[in-house]
Design a protein around this ligand. Structure first.
Ligand SMILES: NC(=O)c1ccc[n+]([C@@H]2O[C@H](COP(=O)([O-])OP(=O)(O)OC[C@H]3O[C@@H](n4cnc5c(N)ncnc54)[C@H](O)[C@@H]3O)[C@@H](O)[C@H]2O)c1
Length: 263
């Protein structure tokens, strides 16, 4: 199978061979692990980030593992930049089958003290970024006969937990609402849209959080599996949702959190 979608009446396959994937925020952390995972399964990966150095390092790691990847830098909150990025992916590989909206930021501030700029920036990257990329890549997927979009949410949208993350929680709850409506609209074009909601994963984003031992101890007590996640723990579900093995799954938000939030 080379980039074609298996449909009704044919057995589903989990292979991503021949597919073209765009992963935003893939310079480090969860996005990097997802980009490496997609490449391992045979996809050609457009590595997006706002940081050219880390994007280049991810591409290097994929190529070193015999995968195919290229950098496609852009600020996902900027419409022109996103359009240029998607056009350059299409110019390079002539298709986009998979979009993983992973880029995100998590400013910490109380509601009373939060700067308006932090609120707006969080919405621009975490929510508007997913909209802009889904709209632009979605138009290409529609023309090409289908695709899969996975949005990286957070359990911050499923339950209250970490303090002083109101903008982050609002953006991730918004992402679930956006994804549901997007899934409903895009189903007519054979494009599935799902959300993966990680718990606390050991990345640079959570480094400061993990330094607070008392808070972490309390957090760990509520995780049935008893430990934090690592970026690779998120990859399996993303690969599954991107593949035809998940062909009858759309509009869902699924937690990857060691059982912390059971809903
Ligand atoms: N780490 C966790 O515990 C955790 C938990 C739940 C959800 N998440 C979500 O997973 C995703 C990845 O998190 P992470 O922990 O790997 O974070 P991270 O901070 O380690 O990596 C985020 C990446 O996004 C990039 N980025 C930031 N703004 C961007 C922009 N405007 N355009 C393009 N790229 C941009 C950064 O340069 C960075 O490479 C985020 O959406 C985050 O909210 C993380």
């Amino acid at each position: 199978m080379t980039g074609q979608f298996s449909g009704k009446g044919s057995p589903p396959s989990a292979t991503l061979q021949g597919r073209v994937a765009v992963v935003t925020g893939a310079g480090r952390g969860i996005g990097k692990a997802i980009a490496l995972g997609l490449a391992r399964e045979g996809a050609r990966v457009a590595v997006n980030d706002i940081n050219p150095d880390t994007a280049a390092a991810t591409v290097k790691a994929i190529v070193a593992a015999d995968g195919q990847a290229a950098e496609h830098l852009a600020d996902v909150g900027n419409k022109m930049a996103v359009q240029t990025m998607i056009q350059s992916v299409l110019a390079q590989w002539e298709r986009i089958d998979i979009l993983v909206n992973n880029a995100g930021i998590e400013p910490k501030a109380t509601v009373l003290a939060m700067d308006e700029w932090d609120w707006d920036k969080t919405m621009a990257v975490n929510l508007k970024g997913a909209f802009l990329c889904s709209q632009t890549a979605g138009r290409a997927m529609k023309e090409l006969g289908g695709g899969a979009i996975v949005n990286i949410g957070s359990i911050a949208a499923r339950a209250s937990g970490l303090r002083d993350r109101s903008a982050y929680a609002a953006s991730k709850m918004g992402l679930i609402g956006f994804s549901r409506e997007c899934a409903r609209e895009f189903a007519a074009y054979n494009i599935r849209v799902n959300v993966v909601c990680p718990g606390v994963i050991e990345t640079e984003m959570t480094a400061h959080l993990r330094q607070n031992e008392a808070q972490m101890q309390k957090w760990l007590e509520d995780i049935p599996q008893g430990h934090l996640g690592e970026p690779d723990d998120v990859v399996g579900l993303v690969l599954f949702l991107c593949s035809d093995a998940a062909r009858y799954i759309t509009g869902q938000a699924i937690n990857v959190d060691g059982g912390k939030v059971m809903c």
